[in-house]
Design a protein around this ligand. Sequence first.
Ligand SMILES: Nc1ncnc2c1ncn2[C@@H]1O[C@H](COP(=O)(O)OP(=O)(O)OP(=O)(O)O)[C@@H](O)[C@H]1O
Ligand SMILES: [Mg+2]
Length: 272
Amino acid sequence: MGIRAETTDGIKSDDGANYRQNIPVGVKIIKLNKSFGGNYVLRDLYLEVIQGETLVIIGKTGSGKSVLLRHIIGLERPDSGEILINGMDVNDPEVRKKHRFAMVFQSSALFNSLTVSENISLYLREHRLFDDESTISQIVSHTLGIVGLEGKENNMPSELSGGMKKRVAIARALAINPDLILFDEPTSELDPMMAQTIGEAIVNLRKHVEVTQIVVTHHVDLAFYIADRIAVLDQGHIIEVGTPKEIDRSTNPLVTKFITTQFEREEGGRRL
Ligand SMILES: Nc1ncnc2c1ncn2[C@@H]1O[C@H](COP(=O)(O)OP(=O)(O)OP(=O)(O)O)[C@@H](O)[C@H]1O
Ligand SMILES: [Mg+2]
């Protein structure tokens, strides 16, 4: 099931050969090592992401969260170790034939000279996933609806707030009907209200699409709100993985110290 399954307005599974059934992927990372110029960033890292879950990776600044995300999407090659997508190596060309990945970058990375609609549909047009304009505009308005930005098709990015831009970036990711979405710091640089809106948008996605989500953040507040499971990255290792409840009750001093410090920073422990 993908976006289409929720859609009764004409975006059918047989509309265009490429608008295919999406299959949420599972990710398995085995003994991943990566260093830059002799500095180890990831060391013998193990992590499993279950199909269809929202896994949040938290950790201190500089702990390697973005480097780990870049490996999962195949933008970075490991020194050693394996990253398996439904059992296949991430760099196996077959993976890209079978699965679609989308990444929501920290900066939103919208094209300022294009409208919201053009930003969302750019990939669909460039890859000629659809030829007819009515399907493209249905996908654009459907994905904007999912992120709560109905009717913003013709706005320019400069007319939008930071939180709205992030939501357009999420809509753009959704438009390709991905099997895996990666978010790098989706709430950084946003005020708490905007951060809450983004958190709600991410939670809301699960009601509309079946997709595996990996979210990197140092906002533990957000992590506890959106995660099925949380993984804590420290010194190149995942030191603990568990449900928010399990992480909250962790007895690992590194985990409890990180979480307590972060909650204190994030407005005295207020949770979303
Ligand atoms: N291309 C690169 N070349 C050299 N060093 C790098 C490169 N990319 C990352 N690093 C280093 O790897 C370490 C981890 O970086 P990374 O960006 O993954 O941290 P992070 O956990 O995402 O931090 P933040 O929370 O600040 O975003 C840092 O010390 C960084 O300087
Ligand atoms: Mg980062």
